[in-house]
Design a protein around this ligand. Structure first.
Ligand SMILES: Cc1ncc(COP(=O)(O)O)c(C=O)c1O
Length: 450
């Protein structure tokens, strides 16, 4: 083992794969073995590897101005252009954007800006945030507290109580429905739970509700029809902001510009963007807020002398330049339209596995999907311990495909948006082989529940 403390890794495990280079939707390890990247890295390499235009953009900007900060209003054209471009794209009213380096720090910035805003408008007690079970919003202290996954809390003493995070249901019908409950009844029940939570806590203590329009790390949960309409009606009734964490779903992933569009979320008040914002060529994130929220923060910052929040790399010019070029390519090459078409094909092909004895649910939208394995197909009983996902992930890797086990027993698919039908066929073929290996393993170990 090297001296690295590996992120999101069992520290007892050894190093698992050494990658050397990438090209298009493929990556290659240090033995020259080729893998199709069926998870776009970590849901982020939308335009694939070795994109000449993006590389040239990075090189040119490096030569022009390799670094400049934005403290004290110091700025550069490429940063201002990126903000203009984003503001024109997002469904947030009169959007203003704060730049950061990752989805996690962007969510932390939002938590702080919420407090700043509500203090500014004379409602300091309105700071709690409703997040959902199984949500993933990152790993910095505030973001990890918003996250609703056990491994991100255990041994870290999280969630951090002072943040006032409230928890509501995950909108996962397959796992969360009561016996005999229809989708509509499920939505009614969990949105009623949300309203009861608000009434119990007091609406005047709650600032915002945060949601990934479609989740990623928690197993690609696509909420049932009508869910967000009901959630937004409740939030509007109690004057609680809607905060869309679009770190995965932003920029074409679900077949539209944003997951909010796909899921019929109306005018979110805040949005978190990262990952595909730069096709992961350079780290960059954006915390987007409504224009009037920004306006309210101006006077208090003047009183203090400064809006006391900012990172060394907020608005890094190389990151801004490559993000701007990425957005230009999305538009010029109709990447979102292509993703929608490829998404329909990928979802259709994945559904061919519906009758497989290990497959409980196949879900997704656009170019993001998950297949959930179950110990009992009839009852949906999950495998104990959730190790099956890890086995299937390794089996895929053995067959030359990189994917990711999520939520224990689900395997996620999220290829670069430039993927072709032939490459989706290759993903399906490799998944089919890995699925057979997984079934052999389950049979051998007698893991299925009759
Ligand atoms: C929805 C969502 N929010 C936030 C994050 C955190 O982003 P980062 O890993 O860049 O900090 C992620 C990462 O996967 C995510 O999926």
């Amino acid at each position: 083992m090297s001296g690295i403390i590996y992120p999101t890794t069992n520290l007892k495990a050894t190093e698992s794969l050494t990658l050397e280079r990438g090209d298009g939707v493929y990556v290659y390890d240090n033995n020259g073995k080729e893998y199709i990247e069926a998870l776009a890295g970590l849901w982020c390499t939308s335009l694939g590897y070795n994109n000449r235009e993006l590389i040239d953009t990075v090189n040119e900007q490096m030569g022009q101005l390799s670094y400049s900060h934005m403290f004290g209003g110091k700025t550069h054209q490429v940063g201002m252009d990126l903000a203009d471009k984003l503001n024109a794209m997002v469904p947030v009213e009169n959007a203003k954007v704060f730049f950061g380096n990752s989805g996690s720090d962007a969510n932390d910035s939002h938590v702080k800006m919420l407090r700043y805003y509500f203090n500014a408008i004379g409602k300091p007690e309105k700071f709690k945030i409703i997040a959902r079970e199984r949500a993933y919003h990152g790993v910095t202290v505030a973001a990890a507290s918003l996250t609703g996954l056990v491994p991100n809390h255990t041994h870290f003493d999280l969630p951090f109580d002072a943040l006032g995070i409230l928890r509501t249901d995950a909108p996962h019908y397959y796992r969360g429905a009561l016996p005999g409950e229809t989708e509509e009844q499920f939505v009614d029940r969990i949105t009623n739970n949300l309203e009861q939570l608000i009434l119990k806590e007091g609406a005047d203590t709650i600032a915002a509700f945060i949601a990934e329009p479609i989740t990623g790390a928690s197993g690609v949960i696509v909420p049932p029809k009508g869910y967000y309409e009901k959630v937004q009606a409740i939030l509007n009734k109690y004057d609680i902001l809607f905060w869309a964490d679009e770190v995965i779903t932003g920029f074409g992933r679900t077949g539209n510009d944003f997951g909010s569009t796909t899921m019929n979320i109306q005018k979110p008040d805040m949005m978190t963007l990262a990952k595909q914002l730069s096709s992961a060529y350079m780290p960059i994130s954006a915390s987007v807020v409504r224009g009037d929220m920004y306006e309210a923060m101006i006077e208090p910052s003047a009183q203090v002398g400064v809006f006391g929040h900012g990172y060394t790399y907020s608005g890094h010019p190389v990151s801004c330049a490559v993000a701007l070029k990425t957005l230009e390519i999305y538009e010029r090459d109709n990447i979102f339209g292509h993703a929608a078409e490829m998404g329909r094909y990928m979802q259709r092909r994945l559904h061919e596995f519906a009758d497989h004895p290990l497959v409980g649910e196949i879900r997704g939208e656009g170019l993001i999907a998950a297949v959930e394995f179950v110990a009992n197909k009839q009852t949906g009983e999950a495998f104990a311990g959730g190790a099956i996902g890890g086995f299937a992930q390794q089996a895929c890797q053995n067959h030359g495909m990189i994917t990711r086990a999520v939520a224990g027993s689900s395997l996620a698919f999220c290829p670069p948006l430039i993927v072709t039908t032939e490459q989706i066929d290759e993903i399906i073929e490799k998944f089919s082989l890995a699925l057979q290996d997984t079934l052999d393993y389950v049979t051998r170990e007698n893991l299925q529940v009759a």
